[in-house]
Design a protein around this ligand. Structure first.
Ligand SMILES: NC(=O)c1ccc[n+]([C@@H]2O[C@H](COP(=O)([O-])OP(=O)(O)OC[C@H]3O[C@@H](n4cnc5c(N)ncnc54)[C@H](OP(=O)(O)O)[C@@H]3O)[C@@H](O)[C@H]2O)c1
Length: 307
């Protein structure tokens, strides 16, 4: 609908894109094109299926074709750490790249995002890597659950890519205690050790807590499939001991974990907010403008849930 307000494609149209494998179900084009149209930009956001073996060439291709930037999704976020020319502090801190901004060296020698060059883009271009997932999670926990993270006690389920970023972000937000639970124990143990090293003031432990907590976060992929059970072992920890539950999964809208949490009287939210805010942050990195959050939220909900 909003697309109707976008300017027609022309030889001046600029491009952003998302690379993933698979990519077919990505909601990012709907999210970002709504934002670009609302900002009145003659830009488009595309989605490409890129095999990890071809990621370096795909990034280079976008660079030489003077794309404004790209997003990276599963399984590219770690691989891209070695494929960009420089890493923003966000990518260094969280150890993954989900947003690249292309920048060109202007006549005065200063590197500027490609949005600055309306006519001729200088030929010397670099790829600058960022991470917006952690910001997205922090904002979603605050806005969707009203969470005050500093001093909170948190159970984190999952120690994969998203689990690691979540654990580090929660520690950086100065949660007081972090209980790490993962099917593959050594991954939770190595995350605990990393937190002890980088955030010594945060008490991180592996396993369920023997006390009430403020928040449970699901960063496992359990709940994506209809036959999946809850990732939380209720024989070890009762949801009645949690004030709020955040599930990073957004499709389906209500996972078995969220259903059970609602039944136990917890405040709940699914992962759509995290997806929205990582996207609004990326748009701001590319455009230098405030993202039209409500327009983008509407487009995202419409794309995912048809609402
Ligand atoms: N809302 C958002 O914006 C957003 C952003 C990123 C990710 N996510 C969601 O977060 C979830 C994890 O993504 P990821 O990138 O971290 O994936 P990943 O790196 O593949 O990690 C998957 C995690 O799920 C666990 N897991 C998988 N199958 C399991 C099972 N049958 N039983 C118990 N644990 C199981 C894994 O445990 P092992 O270590 O034992 O394999 C691991 O902790 C996905 O559902 C993804 O959609 C959402």
């Amino acid at each position: 609908m909003l697309e109707a307000f976008a300017q027609p494609l022309s030889a001046s149209t600029r491009y952003c894109a998302v690379f993933g494998h698979p990519i077919r179900h990505s909601a990012s084009p709907a999210l970002q094109n709504a934002g670009l149209a609302a900002l009145g930009l003659d830009w488009r956001y595309l989605a490409f299926e890129v095999h990890p073996d071809n990621l370096r060439e795909a990034i280079r291709g976008a660079q030489v074709m003077k794309f404004i930037g790209v997003n990276l999704t599963v399984p590219h976020k770690l691989l891209a750490m070695d494929m960009v020319d420089l890493l923003d502090e966000s990518a260094q801190t969280w150890g993954a790249v989900n947003t690249i901004r292309f920048e060109a060296r202007a006549k005065d020698g200063i590197w500027r995002p490609l949005r600055y060059f309306a006519e001729t883009v200088p030929s010397e271009i670099r790829a600058h890597g960022f991470n917006t997932d952690a910001v997205g999670l922090g904002r979603a926990l605050r806005e969707d659950l009203g969470m005050e993270l500093a001093g909170a006690k948190v159970v984190l389920l999952g120690a994969g890519g998203a689990g690691r970023v979540a654990a580090l972000k929660l520690a950086a937000e100065k949660v007081s205690q972090l209980f790490l639970v993962n099917r593959t124990l050594p991954k939770a143990e190595s995350l605990r050790d990393e937190i002890h090293q980088r955030f010594p003031e945060v008490k991180a432990a592996v396993g369920y807590p023997g006390q009430a907590v403020d928040l449970v976060v699901n960063a496992t992929s359990l709940g994506l499939k209809p036959e999946d059970t809850s990732p939380l072992d209720e024989s070890q920890f009762s949801l009645r001991q949690a004030r709020a539950v955040y599930d990073m999964i957004y499709r389906p809208a209500e996972t078995p974990l969220l259903r059970a949490a609602k039944g136990a009287g917890c405040r709940v939210a699914n992962g759509v907010g995290m997806l929205l805010y990582q996207g609004t942050e990326a748009l701001e990195i590319w455009t230098g403008r405030t993202a039209p959050v409500e327009v983008m939220r509407k487009a995202l909900l419409n794309n995912i849930y048809g609402t």
